[in-house]
Design a protein around this ligand. Structure first.
Ligand SMILES: [Zn+2]
Length: 311
């Protein structure tokens, strides 16, 4: 949850200036939805509590439990690829009703980039005709994927990624991780604590295996076999290698304090000693390029083989 955004919006509400539609944009897992829920709680709290998670009033409890009649949530069904026009129509219908309990009715659309075109167009009308006492909040990690007509009718609220240093500190304190683990997960979480937590121990294990093979010269077959042909695993593996190469560059340039893979420093240092700075930055460029080729739908096995053989 983003306290700063929340406080700002609560102040706007108190001044009677809350907009009727917001677009919360920022990386997955950064707390956009949690902030939207907390806003609905703060605005509708029966005791005007500042910390809704500690409030036991009827309204705060119902919103937290997902059973408040004036709190509407729209999201992609698990077995579908997008949000359908029928879902949007259902929401619009419920928005027509007068608020039953809440001072302000809220509708939150999770990952609004998953609207299919018909759904987006149906929703557009709702955005164009604000209703008094109703606030719409759309969340997305990819604002550019929304129809510009939808985007332009919402006030944009950006959720910035947390700095890796700040995040490592909070992961260490709140999740009981070791300092090294916290730094690693924070770096791979890309500014999103939720994403870092989701990676978790499984990722730490996968990362060790990738690095084991990576530091073993010449084992192309073992590397390709370990990663497999799944595109997401390939992205992850290349991301891990890229981070190790960047670490090697840091060590080479005397900035060893910036190393992410602290637990593998000895091997990374050995690798760095074998290469010139130019070679290292060449490696970084080529792995970055390989990731781009995965985006371009190139054969996973071919991309992995090329990467392994040039290092
Ligand atoms: Zn309350």
């Amino acid at each position: 949850m983003n306290q700063e955004v929340l406080d700002q919006l609560v102040r706007l509400h108190e001044a009677g200036r809350l907009a009727h539609a917001y677009l919360f944009a920022g990386p997955t897992g950064i707390g956009k939805f949690a902030t939207a829920l907390a806003l609905a709680q703060r605005v509708n709290c029966l005791k005007a509590t500042r910390d809704p998670s500690a409030c036991g009033c009827d309204s705060c409890r119902k919103i937290a439990g997902g059973n408040h009649p004036d709190m509407l949530i729209l999201e992609k069904p698990e077995d579908k690829t997008g949000i359908s026009v029928d879902q949007v129509r259902g929401l619009i219908e419920r928005l027509e009703f007068r608020s039953l309990e809440a001072k302000v009715k809220f509708a939150i659309v999770k990952d609004a980039d998953l609207f299919n075109e018909a759904a987006a167009n149906a929703f557009l009308k709702t955005l164009e005709e604000p209703r008094l006492g109703t606030v719409l909040i759309l969340t997305t990690a990819v604002p550019d994927a929304l129809l510009s007509t939808v985007r332009s009718r919402c006030q944009l609220v950006r959720f910035a990624g947390m700095s890796a240093k700040l995040m490592a500190g909070s992961l260490k304190n709140e999740q009981g991780l070791s300092a090294d683990e916290a730094v690693i997960l924070a770096a791979f979480g890309q500014g999103s604590p939720g994403r870092a937590m989701e990676l978790g121990r499984d990722f730490m294990d996968r990362r060790q295996r990738i690095l084991d093979v990576f530091f073993m010269p010449g084992d192309t077959e073992g590397f390709v076999k370990l990663v497999g042909v799944d595109r997401n695993s390939a992205y992850e593996a290349l991301g891990i290698i890229l981070m190790a190469l960047r670490d090697a560059l840091f060590i080479k340039s005397g900035a060893g304090g910036a190393v992410v893979n602290r637990d593998r420093q000895v091997e990374i240092k050995r690798f760095a000693e074998r290469c010139s700075p130019q070679e290292l930055s060449g490696h970084v460029d080529r792995v970055t390029d390989a990731i781009r080729r995965l985006d371009g739908n190139q054969n996973v096995k071919v991309v992995l083989t090329v990467v392994r053989e040039m290092l």
